[in-house]
Design a protein around this ligand. Sequence first.
Ligand code: GDP
Length: 537
Amino acid sequence: MQPMTQTAPSASALPPEIARRRTFAIISHPDAGKTTLTEKFLLFGGAIQMAGQVRAKGEARRTRSDFMQMEKDRGISVSASAMSFEYGTYRFNLVDTPGHSDFSEDTYRTLTAVDAAVMVIDGAKGVESQTQKLFEVCRLRDLPILTFCNKMDRESRDTFEIIDEIQENLAIDVTPASWPIGVGRDFLGCYDILHDRLELMDRADRNRVAESISINGLDDPKLADHIPAPMLAKLREEVEMARELMPTFDHKAVLEGTMTPIWFGSAINSFGVKELMDGIAQFGPEPQTQSASPRNIAADEKKVMGFVFKVQANMDPKHRDRVAFVRLASGHFERGMKLTHVRTKKPMAITNPVLFLASDRELAEEAWAGDIMGIPNHGQLRIGDTLTEGEAISVTGIPSFAPELLQNVRAGDPMKAKHLEKALMQFAEEGAAKVFKPSIGSGFIVGVVGALQFEVLASRIELEYGLPVRFEPSQFTSARWVTGPKDKVEAFVKANPQHISTDHDGDVVFLTRLQWDIDRVLRDHPELTLSATKEMV
Ligand code: GDP
């Protein structure tokens, strides 16, 4: 029998501190097991100790953000947006993708800060809508993807069927890293194809790592001691077939994002999780080169460079501080460093950065390329901003999407209009929504990419600002940023006041309901550009 592994990971050219970093996100459809898997990662990463009992979902969620106690004490709730922990000789940086099921820009931008994604699917449900959407986003960036097929302790689909579905729906080669033995109540564990091992699930203790038995190929007589004869025959037959029909593990193809290895397991039983983590360590990419202008940033550059991919406002209404999440693209950062804020050309002393170390929750004394740092600030740092040691270089590829849905927003209490403005501006800076101030009349128009975002915004404005608001249909459906020679833009603005608004940066935006209007502007004003997106700088 031929081995499934074709290529071994090559030695890294990066400095060891950078080469050992793995920065990734977990993508999944709600309920597939992302939270449970995250917990087990933290458990095996030594970051949390868990009782032998599985806790209720609510409780588990609380634990997740509880290790962010320091931020809470300081009045900044950053929840579990990023978590760092050691795994063997590796440093894992796990970046959380927003939990709600509606697609948002936030998710896209989070994925600009990672080098790989772990895709969790439910073995009974296969590829679900949200998985598909998130996968497409990963594909845009050619992100390597490792797949975990969860809940194998329940009745699941046939293994071949699951793999076929991923290949077909997502158009990616799938190679089995492990193969399940039995399913549902009869699920015994997996044959580890990459390492020729037998992993058996411990049903008695859900937090224990599975027993690992080294074997010598599927013909090893030792297998009969652990697997009942009919199941063993089935395993041999299936793996034989898989080897014939499925692509062989190819490390290069995984790194290029054209192949995904799949592990089977049960997160709640801690089964298959370690193998997945080993996979991330062994095959997951090191910190990658970051695209930027006028030149790209290589991870091994000596000088520190980083970019903001997310801004989270303080959830405590008494404080108005924000935390900017910065992905270090290069260099070795040390606390107190003065960096240049490229957009404003101003120096910034980074004195109290937070490193989201799951185990000791310390202030960040140092960080390396690949790490995620939180920088508390008063609003200077915005999504897409680059920090460097002086060089005028800006990270690219963090887009701002055209809002597809526009609504008017009104404060329940008209006396609170000023507060509403403040709240809206904050969300606009966070990148949670687009906010347009029409040139005629009062009030604001809010643009989002998914309908659920209106609800999320309304509840956040109420929660964080004590301000009930109403969203109402707007007469507009499209927004386009207007650019061109200054005098031409000004003349255009004057001639079309009923269509003109400004965004939170003061940039001119043309609002309309008809594509015809957009075509007319383009025809009558060839010197103007109407764009559906604007880069976040
Ligand atoms: P999320 O919405 O993706 O974060 O999913 P959760 O981690 O909250 O899991 C959703 C539900 O599936 C919870 O009730 C979990 O206890 C359950 N669950 C997670 N992993 C497994 C598993 O391996 N087997 C079984 N049977 N249930 C699981």
